[in-house]
Design a protein around this ligand. Structure first.
Ligand SMILES: [Ca+2]
Length: 317
């Protein structure tokens, strides 16, 4: 075999190896959308903010941000609401009843994630930026670890990934809880009205984010005090996604299908448009159970806890 033949043989093997690697990744749930090329073309370009964990005291008084950064939970009273968005094929409006729970008023920050997990997977580094490049499986591991740090009973079985809703610890919101909290008693397309005209007052999205996620808590909260509930990063929910789930879901505290390929994410993100930031808009992503999969810099989360598990309403970190 001549030089050229050897070259082509090498190229063929190389191509085969790449295809094989891609095929292996594609077979693992959670890897379809985040191909290695996607990561390769988008390296962290800069990190102007310190990657070190800020002392707690740094979060108060020294700037004009709307909130300090304690991870406080907000009590959400139970109630009844119309879940869905009439403009979406997978979100037929229907009445749902949600029990009381408590929800993080802020997205999980990189500082909190670092404190709990000892690592920070985010692409866009910054203590008060939302953690991103977290898979669903990373988010639930965080929930369990955070529960243990607060002497609470972890909700997740990390072998079956099943959530124990009776446990006192942290978990991801159900899709219904997330939408109920986001709508905050409103019945309009957005919690501030039927058009997106004021979205920039409440959310970081493609028109104002400047191509990256932003520190949490800088925009106005929704009527129930939840910051960045629309935009900034998509928020992992506990539920599996199913396109026609609303046709079969129970009216009281729906918890999603028993099984599925993908998990629900909600709320839109810094590189998505106004429509994606609607409270009723459903999106979904592979959970990334396997370690070879990568997180994506548009996905983050906030935690909830059962109302009964929160003593005296005082819960902060
Ligand atoms: Ca959000």
């Amino acid at each position: 075999m001549g030089y050229l033949g050897c070259f082509w043989e090498t190229m063929k093997n190389l191509t085969f190896d790449l295809l094989a690697a891609a095929a292996v990744l594609a077979m693992i749930p959670g890897c379809e959308r985040q191909a290695p090329m996607e990561l390769a073309k988008a390296p962290p370009t800069q990190s102007t903010q310190s990657n070190q964990l800020a002392p707690e005291s740094k979060s108060t008084g020294t700037n004009n941000l709307a909130v300090d950064f304690k991870a406080e939970l907000i009590p959400i009273s139970g109630g009844r609401f119309m879940m869905g968005d009439k403009n979406e094929v997978d979100a037929t409006p229907h009445e749902i009843v949600v029990s009381a729970f408590h929800m993080d008023r802020l997205l999980v920050t990189q500082a909190l994630y670092q404190k709990v997990m000892g690592s920070n997977p985010s692409r866009w580094k910054g203590d008060q930026n939302p953690v991103e490049q977290v898979r669903w499986s990373d988010a639930v591991k965080f929930c369990n670890k955070r529960s243990q740090m607060d002497n609470l009973q972890p909700c997740y079985d990390l072998e079956t990934w099943i959530c124990n809703f009776e446990a006192t610890g942290y978990r991801l919101p159900t899709e219904a809880e997330w939408e109920y909290a986001c709508r905050a008693g409103t019945t309009t397309a957005y919690f501030f009205g039927d058009t997106a005209a004021k979205l920039g007052d409440y959310a970081w999205f493609e028109k104002n984010a400047g191509g990256r996620p932003r520190p949490v808590g800088q925009k106005q909260p929704n009527p129930w005090g939840l910051f960045d509930i629309c935009g900034n990063v998509w928020e992992w929910c506990n539920d599996f996604y199913k396109v026609d789930y609303y046709q079969e879901s129970p009216q009281q505290d729906p918890k999603g299908p028993k099984s599925g390929e993908t998990k629900v994410v909600r709320g839109g993100a810094w590189k998505f448009n106004e429509q994606n930031c609607r409270p009723g808009y459903r999106y979904n992503e592979n959970p990334g159970y396997a370690d070879v999969c990568f997180g994506y810099d548009i996905y983050g989360f906030r935690c909830v806890r059962a109302a009964a598990g929160v003593a005296g309403g005082k819960d902060s970190r």
